[in-house]
Write a protein that binds this ligand. Structure first.
Ligand SMILES: [Zn+2]
Length: 239
């Protein structure tokens, strides 16, 4: 016999699915009642980074010598051909903001046992410019951060940094161009926090996170960072 409340929940979800079928954002197949965000096949086949050492890995090394970084983690690799591409596109442009919260929670659950959140005082999502936020209706990084915050209990610090310059799309810019484009795009307030977790959806050249961290350091020179992104572009890694 299934447990009462979980049976009822599954029954309600299955009934709702009859009217509004939920689709897997990666392959567009209809999800079954037991599948929460991705279908079982895509959940298995996503190109995971399999980062096990959160202190020394390809993502952390991108920031060594540039930022005081404690730990870093990206969940999946990202390229135009990969299964993570439609997931990221739907999170960013498809009005499917719940993808962010669910993936944020999933990453946090996985990282808790690795000590990734030890000593972290606040979660800082990469802010959007208000004009972009107005267009999109939500900040995809804040959705990821909210999922992380819910699992870990670490407070969100969304108001710490503001994006005061509209940088336009980064998609078609090369590395030097991106850095120049996001330089001084952020402005931070002072904080008592000493260890901040910066959260972004995709890590490409690292220029956005560098610019964000630099703005925070300008007002708070003693702050250390950890970095968490849903995806990392294969092209940005040093191999
Ligand atoms: Zn799927």
């Amino acid at each position: 016999m299934p447990h009462g409340s979980s049976f009822l929940r599954r029954y309600a979800a299955a009934t709702l699915d009859l009217f509004v079928p939920r689709l897997c954002p990666c392959c567009n197949r209809t999800l079954s009642a037991g599948e929460t965000l991705l279908c079982a096949r895509c959940l298995l086949l996503l190109p995971y980074t399999h980062i096990s050492d959160v202190y020394d890995n390809v993502v952390a090394r991108l920031f060594w010598g540039r930022l005081p970084v404690e730990a870093a983690y990206s969940h999946v690799y990202y390229s135009r051909e990969s299964l993570s591409f439609p997931l990221l596109m739907k999170l960013k442009y498809g009005h499917l903001c719940h993808i962010g919260e669910v993936m944020g929670e999933a990453m946090a659950v996985q990282l808790l046992s690795k000590g990734f959140f030890q000593g972290v005082d606040g979660v800082v999502p990469t802010p959007l410019h208000w004009r972009r936020w107005w267009q999109r209706g939500y900040n995809q990084s804040a959705m990821l951060a909210r999922g992380v915050s819910r699992v870990t209990g670490i407070p969100m610090m969304s108001g710490l940094v503001r994006r005061h310059r509209f940088t336009g799309t980064q998609t078609h810019r090369d590395s030097a161009d991106r850095q120049k484009n996001v330089e001084a795009a952020f402005r931070s307030r002072k904080t008592e926090a000493k260890h901040l977790l910066l959260v972004d959806d995709v890590l490409t050249t690292g220029s956005t996170l560098l610019s964000l961290a630099t703005a925070i350091l300008k007002e708070n020179p003693d702050v250390r960072f950890s970095i968490l992104t849903l995806a990392v572009a294969r092209t940005s890694l040093p191999y």
